[in-house]
Design a binder for this molecule. Structure first.
Ligand code: FMN
Length: 431
């Protein structure tokens, strides 16, 4: 069995899988419920003193499952910050949560929110949490919905804080200077300049970054002719489908400042999602909406799945998992044909007659109408060179793996539908 122990901001963690801030970390009975699944860490539900976000509409979870199988894990949510009065939580729940985490060997990370960019409003929470024994504190700076129900003066609470590098710097610096406990800044996937925000957090002395928070979402029930859930855009749009978007933002940060510890998450549902985030430079990987969508068992399954995958790959410890951040690049730097794309594609599909099941998916999905399959004749599909763009769509959709993309001139396999495409452009062809 591989060794899953790892380290985060100087603390030993029994495995990298945990639960990001949500109501599972809000009260002891729920901490225990997910804690007994074997997680290594948990982030508390965001505590605050803002009037509004502690009162959630009931019901507050709206599954989109009934709108199509492709939406089965997708949902919207109008749950906001911690619903319990802050002082009561501090006196009654926090000590119990800390005790249970100690008993179950789980690293507890507190989460709080001041009022937007007003840095001074964050400090009292940090001091309270540090005094009560919290060893790490996350700033809920990326929350998508904190303005819901809040008064106008609180409109900058949540995501707006994580959109602007100057604001991120100011809030992080004030918090880092206020207490001796490591401060984690939480990002939003809605930020277009994630790397700039990350650098600002690092420059302000932030000890770690976590990301991502949820997107905004809205849905309309076409049958009732009304909105679905609450009318308007809701704070959380959740589901595995958002992982590629969140992962891109994470990579922008982890590739830019690999030295800053990172808690990754956003659409993590399975052990391979965890593996993917570890490869993307995350130190810890969090699951949240998956636990609601598929039940608490996803946590234990992700941990055992990760262990089994590591054994199969021969990774003895988390450190052995490859770090892809050093290979991360922006598309503009990829070598391409130049100065213009050639009229006739140099990269074309090649069909393997023995593997092809004649299912016709390639013909149906070819965006350019370039592939023809004669089902009656039972022959392999063919492509028309003057229609083909060399896009790879057929190859990526071929479940029997009967298609590879090849360089017409050299015969080099450019893509087989797995891993990266080859850098096939020569100096003669490219720039
Ligand atoms: C029900 C629910 C409640 C959440 N509450 C909070 C919160 O109080 N503070 C916070 O920082 N993030 C909160 N989040 C965001 C999650 O911690 C996480 O960042 C986000 O959902 C993306 O991860 P996921 O795709 O694994 O759900 C909440 C998410 C959900 C689904």
């Amino acid at each position: 069995m591989a060794d899953l122990t790892t380290e985060f901001c100087g603390f030993k963690v029994k495995n990298p899988v945990g639960v990001t801030s949500c109501d599972f970390g809000g009260v002891e009975k729920l901490v225990r419920r997910v804690g007994e699944q074997g997680i290594g860490w948990i982030i508390g539900k965001t505590v605050h003193k803002i009037d509004g976000p502690h009162r959630w509409p009931r019901p507050f979870f709206y599954s989109l499952r009934r709108f199509g199988n492709d939406l089965k894990d997708t949902w919207c949510c109008s749950q906001m910050f911690h619903n319990m009065e802050y002082e009561r939580w501090l006196d009654e729940e926090l000590p119990k949560c800390l005790k249970t985490c100690k008993e179950l060997d789980i690293l507890y990370i507190a989460s709080c929110s001041g009022i937007g960019p007003d840095a001074e409003t964050w400090i009292p929470f940090l001091k309270d949490l540090a005094e009560r024994g919290c060893k790490l504190i996350e700033l809920d700076t990326g929350g998508p919905h904190a303005t819901f129900g809040a008064i106008d003066a609180h409109k900058d609470v949540g995501a707006p804080l994580a959109l602007d590098p100057d604001t991120a710097f100011k809030v992080t610096k004030a918090c880092v200077d206020a207490v001796d406990v490591p401060i984690i800044f939480k990002t939003t996937p809605q930020c277009v300049n994630a790397a700039a925000v990350a650098v600002a957090i690092r420059n302000a002395g932030g000890h770690a970054i976590s990301g991502n928070n949820a997107f905004y979402g809205a849905w309309i029930d076409h049958e009732t002719g009304t909105f679905y859930g609450v009318p308007g855009s809701m704070g959380g749009l959740l589901g595995r489908a958002w992982q590629p978007f969140s992962l891109a933002k994470i990579l922008e940060t982890t590739a830019t400042i690999p030295e800053v510890p990172f808690i990754g998450g956003g659409g993590v549902f399975t052990y391979d999602d965890v593996a993917r985030h570890l490869m993307a430079g995350c130190d810890l990987v969090g699951m949240c909406s998956a636990v609601y969508s598929r039940g608490i068992g996803v946590l234990g399954k992700a941990i055992t799945g990760l262990n089994k995958w590591m054994d199969e790959k021969g990774y003895k410890s988390i450190k052995d998992i490859p770090d892809l951040t050093k290979d991360f690049m922006y598309l503009r730097d990829w070598k391409r044909e130049g100065p213009y794309m050639q009229d006739t594609t140099p990269v074309v599909p090649e069909f393997d007659d023995a593997k092809c099941t004649r299912c016709g998916v390639c013909e149906t999905l070819c965006p350019y109408g370039a592939i023809k399959l004669d089902k009656d004749a039972g022959t392999t599909p063919v492509y028309e060179l003057d229609k083909c763009y060399g896009c790879g769509w057929c190859c990526g959709h071929c479940t029997p793996n009967a298609i590879v993309m090849k360089n017409r001139k050299t015969g080099q396999i450019v893509w087989n539908g797995y891993g990266e495409i080859a850098d096939w452009v020569t100096d003669e062809e490219g720039y």
